[in-house]
Write a protein that binds this ligand. Structure first.
Ligand code: AMP
Ligand code: MG
Length: 412
C-alpha cells in the first residue's frame, strides 16, 4: 500500500495547467488569469472630492469656527461628471459633489454639514486641514502599475479592478472538461425504477457535481457494462475530454475490468492500494495526454478519493495554486476508535463555537452509507499510524464544503 501523500505527489507531477482562452469579464469569476494586467491610467485619474461640500483654499478659512465663520463667495456648482469651470481664487469657493474633480487653486473640501449657504456666498464653520476630503490622483494605483498578477484567482475584487482599468476581455486558463463514466452491471439510470438486483447510478451524478463544484465542466457518459468492450467504448469516447474519471470495477472482483482496459489504452497506468479508508483501490494514469482516474465504486469511497486526488488535479489544470482544502484544529466531541494502518477520513460535523471549532464524528461510517455524507460537512483526518482519539482531543478536520463559513441566525 502507498500513502495518500505519495499517491498525490505522483499524480500532481503529471498535471499541467490547461491553455488560455479569452473571456468576457462577466464570466471570468472563479477563473485564473493568464496575463499580467497593467493599468493604462492612474486611479483616481485626477484629484477629486471625497465629500459633498465646498472646495476652498484652506488658508482662507484659517481659525474659522461656528462662532467665527469665514465668508467665501461661491463661484459655481460642480456636480460629479463635470469639469471645473475655473480656478478657486482667494476668498472664493466652489460647491462640489463627491467624485467631481477638485478645481485648481482649492486645496481642501469642507463637508456641507460644516457650512451654511447664503445667496452667492457660503459660511465655513470649521478650520479645514490642507488636503482634507481630497482623494489624490494615483493614490490607489498609478499608470503602468501591474494591478493584477498572472496566476491570480479572479474574485469580484479582481473584476472590479478589470472594469476600473477598462479591460472587458481577459485571458484565463480553460476550464477542464471531465468525462464521468460509471461502471457496473448492477447500475441503472435514475430515469428508470431499478428492477430487482439493480441500483441507481448515484456515483455518476455525485462525481459530476463534485467536478462542477471545482469550477470544471462535467460530461456524463453514463453507464458502462462490466465487459471489456463496453468499458473500452466509453473510455474511447472519453478521450475527447481533458480528464477522465470512472467509478467502480477497480478492485479484485471477477468483473473488475477497469484496470485491464485502462492498461491496454494507457501508456502509464498505475494501480494502487492507497492506505486510506474509505477509498483504498485507485487507478491513475495518463491516456493520450489526459489524466485518467479509476475511482472505487462504493459511493463514499469514490467521493473521498475524488476530494483527495481528483479535486487538486482539476484545480491545477485550471491554473490554480491553492489546490488543497485547509484543515482546521477542532475539539472532538466523541471518541473515535479505528484499526491503525490507513489514513481514515471520518465523516463529521464541524462547528464554529465561541471557543473555537468542535468536530462530531457521525454514526454510520460504512463506505456505502450516503446518509452520513448528507449530514456531514467535513472529514476528521486520522493519521495512518493512529488508533483513534478521545473526546476532548484536538484533531485535524478538513471541511469539504463552505457551510462552516456560513452562519444561521435565529429568526432567519
Ligand atoms: P465495485 O468496485 O465495482 O465492486 O463497486 C463497489 C460497490 O459500489 C458495489 O456495491 C457497487 O454496487 C457500488 N457502486 C459501484 N458503482 C456505483 C454507482 N455508479 N452508483 C452507486 N453505487 C455504485
Ligand atoms: Mg462494479
Amino acid at each position: 500500500m502507498i500513502t495518500v501523500e505519495s499517491a498525490l505527489e505522483t499524480i500532481l507531477k503529471e498535471i499541467k495547467p490547461l491553455g488560455l482562452e479569452s473571456v468576457d469579464i462577466t464570466s471570468a469569476l472563479g477563473r485564473v488569469i493568464g496575463e499580467d494586467i497593467a493599468a493604462r491610467g492612474s486611479n483616481p485619474p485626477w484629484d477629486n472630492s471625497a465629500m459633498d461640500g465646498y472646495a476652498v483654499r484652506a488658508a482662507d478659512a484659517k481659525g474659522a469656527s461656528g462662532e467665527n465663520p469665514a465668508k467665501l463667495s461661491v463661484l459655481y456648482d460642480l456636480p460629479a461628471g463635470s469639469v471645473p469651470k475655473g480656478p478657486v481664487g482667494q476668498g472664493q469657493a466652489v460647491r462640489i459633489m463627491t467624485g467631481a474633480p477638485v478645481p485648481d487653486g482649492a486645496d481642501a473640501v469642507v463637508m456641507v454639514e460644516k457650512t451654511e449657504s447664503g445667496d452667492g456666498f457660503v459660511l465655513i464653520k470649521t478650520e479645514p486641514r490642507t488636503g482634507e476630503n481630497i482623494r489624490k490622483a494615483g493614490e490607489d494605483f498609478k499608470a503602468g502599475d501591474v494591478v493584477i498578477k498572472k496566476g491570480s484567482l479572479i474574485r469580484p475584487a479582481e473584476i472590479s479592478m478589470l472594469a476600473t482599468v477598462g479591460v472587458p476581455f481577459v485571458l484565463v486558463h480553460k476550464r477542464p472538461r471531465v468525462a464521468v463514466i460509471s461502471t457496473g452491471d448492477e447500475l441503472c439510470d435514475i430515469m428508470e425504477a431499478p428492477p430487482s438486483g439493480k441500483i441507481s447510478n448515484s456515483n455518476g451524478y455525485a462525481l459530476a457535481a463534485l467536478v462542477a463544484a471545482t469550477g470544471a465542466v462535467p460530461i456524463q457518459l453514463g453507464i458502462a457494462k462490466d465487459t471489456k468492450e463496453s468499458l473500452r467504448q466509453k473510455l474511447t469516447a472519453a478521450l475527447s475530454a481533458d480528464c477522465i474519471i470512472s467509478s467502480g470495477g477497480v478492485s479484485v472482483g471477477d468483473y473488475d475490468f477497469v484496470k485491464d482496459v485502462l492498461k491496454d489504452m494507457g501508456s502509464s497506468m498505475i494501480f494502487w492500494k492507497v492506505a486510506m479508508k474509505p477509498g483504498k483501490p485507485l487507478a491513475f494514469g495518463v491516456i493520450g495526454g489526459k489524466p485518467a482516474f479509476g475511482l472505487p465504486g462504493n459511493p463514499i469511497s469514490s467521493m473521498v478519493a475524488f476530494e483527495q486526488f481528483v479535486r487538486p488535479t482539476l484545480l491545477k489544470m485550471a491554473g490554480k495554486t491553492g489546490l488543497f482544502r485547509q484543515t482546521f484544529k477542532a475539539e472532538l466531541t466523541k471518541d473515535i476508535k479505528i484499526k491503525p494502518g490507513r489514513m481514515n477520513f471520518i465523516r463529521a460535523e464541524l462547528k464554529a463555537t465561541e471557543n473555537g471549532f468542535t468536530a462530531t464524528p457521525l454514526d454510520g461510517q460504512g463506505s456505502g452509507m450516503i446518509m452520513t455524507m448528507v449530514r456531514a460537512n467535513s472529514f476528521v483526518i486520522i493519521p495512518q499510524d493512529s488508533s483513534g482519539f478521545k473526546q476532548g482531543d484536538i484533531v485535524s478536520v478538513q471541511p469539504f464544503d463552505d457551510t462552516i463559513f456560513t452562519a444561521v441566525r435565529p429568526g432567519y
